[in-house]
Design a protein around this ligand. Structure first.
Ligand SMILES: [Zn+2]
Ligand SMILES: [Zn+2]
Length: 311
């Protein structure tokens, strides 16, 4: 303790800041023991570039990702005596092309990609976490539906995409499970029974192959009162025997461990008493990767980390 399974840096992600090495140095300074480096996989269509990427040639995302894996492993060895760095990736699922290419990427890198954070950031090919107008566009893209049904169809599409991702790749960490309500934090999934049953289906599936569910502190930075996922989803995960891991989803050294001071209170309020983290192992997991969840011994709240100023 403490640990984080999900991060980005400005060196390899245009909407983040700082060098990857600066992120690592900050994680060491903040006394992280396990820190996961997980840049986004490349995107493959010009249309999927973000405004800040401007006229970036789309192929450069692939070479950028390759350089990330090289640099992450260099840092992993260099700082091995001070911190356990895990090298992973965060998925994209915009169209089927992303999953086909993810398969190739995983094949190409083999053991050098140690684990996967399985995340969905698009619905109907449109980003849902970029800004409010783009989110509204994603919602409005279900134009064939009656307006009152759009929300439910939108959420269903998100959780169906998540399910497909889980089934095909068995990500070790399920990333920001309920990102689909980023701009509507007061939305309750129980108000949408069809959606709620998809959530239960996804959780059940992920539990069965051994995934960890990320408690992601970035939601606080997005003005939520909770981490991702919020209470209703944590309840489902708890009731189906799911296990949790912590992430800061930092986008630069300044966000390493950001809002971790708000996690203990949140975890206690939702009845999460055990935490897990990933550790390299010799036995392959359900996805064939050599990494396994380990339960934290003792009372994780006892660690001095929680008494330092982390914000
Ligand atoms: Zn993400
Ligand atoms: Zn991320």
């Amino acid at each position: 303790m403490p640990h984080s399974h999900h991060s980005h840096s400005g060196q390899f992600c245009k909407h983040a800041s700082g060098l990857l090495e600066e992120v690592v140095q900050e994680a060491i300074r903040k006394r992280f023991q396990v820190y996961g480096l997980t840049e986004h996989v490349p995107r493959y269509r010009e249309v999927d570039l973000y405004p800040e990427e401007g006229q970036f040639p789309i192929e450069s995302l692939s070479s950028q990702f390759d350089s990330f894996v090289v640099e992450a492993h260099r840092l992993k060895s260099l700082y091995a005596s001070q911190i356990t760095l895990l090298v992973g990736l965060e998925t994209e699922f915009i169209t089927g092309l992303d999953l086909e290419n993810l398969e190739k990427t995983l094949e190409r890198f083999g053991d050098r990609v140690e684990y996967i954070v399985g995340s969905i950031h698009h619905v109907n090919g449109i980003p849902i976490d970029f800004d409010l107008p783009t989110y509204q566009q994603a919602l409005a893209s279900f134009a064939d539906e009656k307006e009152e049904d759009r929300q439910e169809v939108f959420l269903s599409a998100y959780f169906d995409a998540q399910y497909e991702l889980l089934r095909r790749f068995k990500p070790e960490v399920v990333g920001h499970f309920d990102l689909c309500r980023l701009y509507q934090p007061s939305l309750h999934f129980r108000d949408y029974p069809r959606v709620f049953s998809k959530i239960e289906r996804n959780v059940r599936y992920a539990v069965q192959y051994g995934a960890l569910f990320e408690l992601n502190a970035a939601a606080f930075r997005k003005k939520w009162d909770t981490a991702y996922p919020a209470e209703d989803v944590v309840e489902v995960i708890n009731s189906l025997g799911g296990r949790f891991a912590l992430s800061d989803d930092s986008h630069g050294p300044n966000a390493v461990g950001l809002n971790y001071d708000r996690l203990p209170g949140y975890l206690q309020s939702v009845g999460v008493t055990q935490l897990w983290y990933l550790q390299q192992s010799t036995t392959p997991n359900a996805a064939g990767r050599r990494i396994q969840p380990v339960r934290l011994d003792g009372d994780w709240l006892d660690h001095g980390f929680w008494r330092q100023n982390t914000t």
